[in-house]
Ligand binder design. Structure first.
Ligand code: GLU
Length: 405
């Protein structure tokens, strides 16, 4: 056995053995969970092996996940003291859970039927460390949290110059579904309804509608490290039946000749409603957010889902336009690229740290989740996650969980 592995074994062993349960617990405390695709062979070997692991057996186990096992057990991952970090996130979650303000959205009937008490939070670091709490296995529709993915897919297919010849990159300063275009007669940005409808028109243009949706669902699943991604047909039908504003946006853009040639407007609108009706849990949404935080590479699989340049564009627009009319205030006080949705989800991508997903259906007057926004504010009041916290000299007493404590 290598000296480092031997030293590692000795640091965890008692009387020359490591108990299986102790090893599994040590990995869980560090955020390495048993459904981690990178550790499939390791967990199979651990669970299929002896409950008391000798040094020689530890060597064999280490070969199942070379590097990652040692990195995890020596606290060399993105958040070294992950168990303390998870407890601190839980403390913030529990504090925010006492908030009872906000209202369910009424303009999409299906969204009005969600349990307002639901509350979930998940985190996934760029090294695939994961923790969740609350209703984290509940599925909810992503709504406008689909917009960053739609934008990235349009960029991957058409490139930045073509995409931004059809959609701007300025905050609109108006509500997310305002009947307004910029001075060039284009949607202000991809994070509002008009911009997302436009980006959808640039994905698999002219292709078969079912193939296009299969393609997008597959991309969502890849970005989520293979986790199940759902679709809520009732929400889709509800969206379509109550989408006068989105139809008006679509016809307005067609009247202004904003769309590329040969676009079938009704197909484009249907595709937009479908994307809003995709369903995830906070667990899978946090992995998707970590893929964005990790330059487009999914931390759980190593798959390059989006190119880093396109992810940079997406994070820039999430930071400036992701939170409706609260975007400026959110960028100032929280300072993390984020996208919210009227289902009550907020997706945060902390560059080079990881992704966080929060879901609580009760919304404020701007359409953001009340508990979600409060969670984000308290997150940055405790941790140095604000984009500009990286500046030297900010010697306040907040925690940088990337450092060993
Ligand atoms: N499907 C919703 C709409 O088009 C999305 C709004 C949102 O989540 O911001 O209005």
């Amino acid at each position: 056995m290598s000296d480092s592995r031997s030293a590692l074994f000795k640091s965890f062993s008692k009387e020359g053995i490591v108990r299986r349960e102790a090893l599994l617990e040590a990995l869980k405390e560090r955020g390495i969970l048993e459904d981690d695709p990178r550790m499939k062979a390791l967990f199979k070997a651990i669970n299929g092996g002896s409950p008391e692991i000798s040094e020689a057996q530890f060597q064999i186990l280490s070969d199942q996940a070379p590097g990652l096992l040692e990195q995890a057990l020596t606290d060399g991952l993105a958040i070294p003291d992950f168990s303390t970090f998870a407890k601190e996130l839980t403390d913030i979650f529990d504090e925010v859970n006492t908030i009872r303000m906000g209202k369910l959205p009424t303009y999409i009937p299906q969204l009005e039927r969600v349990d307002p008490e639901k509350f979930a939070m998940s985190v996934c670091t760029v090294d695939g460390q994961r923790f969740s709490t609350g209703d984290c296995d509940d599925y909810f529709c992503v709504q406008s949290c689909s917009k960053p993915m739609t934008y990235c897919l349009a960029l991957e297919e058409q490139g930045e110059d073509v995409v931004h010849s059809y959609v701007g990159r300025e905050p609109s300063g108006k509500t997310f579904n305002e009947l307004t275009l910029n001075t060039k007669g284009l949607p202000h940005n991809p994070m509002i309804n008009a911009g997302a409808i436009m980006c959808g028109a640039l994905i698999k243009k002219g292709g078969d509608a079912s193939d296009r949706f299969d393609y997008v669902m597959e991309k969502w699943k890849t970005a989520a490290g293979g986790q199940k991604i759902g679709f809520n047909n009732a929400v889709y039908l509800s969206e379509r039946q109550t989408a006068d504003r989105n139809f008006a946006l679509g016809y307005f853009m067609r009247e202004k000749k904003a769309f590329p040639p040969d676009v079938e407007l009704l197909d484009v609108l249907e595709f937009y409603f479908q994307c809003c009706s995709i369903e995830t849990t906070t667990k899978s949404m946090a992995i998707i957010a970590s893929t964005l935080a990790n330059g487009g590479i999914c931390p759980l699989t190593g798959v390059q889902v989006f190119s880093p340049g396109h992810v940079k564009n997406c994070l820039s627009l999430m930071l400036s336009c992701g939170m409706y009319d609260f975007s400026g205030e959110f960028a100032f006080t929280v300072g993390i690229p984020a996208k919210s949705g009227v289902s009550g989800a907020i997706m945060l991508a902390i560059p080079n740290v990881g992704g966080i997903a929060v879901w609580s259906p009760l919304l404020d007057e701007l359409g953001n989740s009340v508990r979600g926004v409060e969670f984000c504010k308290r997150l940055v009041s405790r941790f140095k996650f604000h984009t500009f916290d990286s500046m030297l000299g900010l010697g306040d007493d907040r925690i940088d969980p990337r450092r060993k404590r």
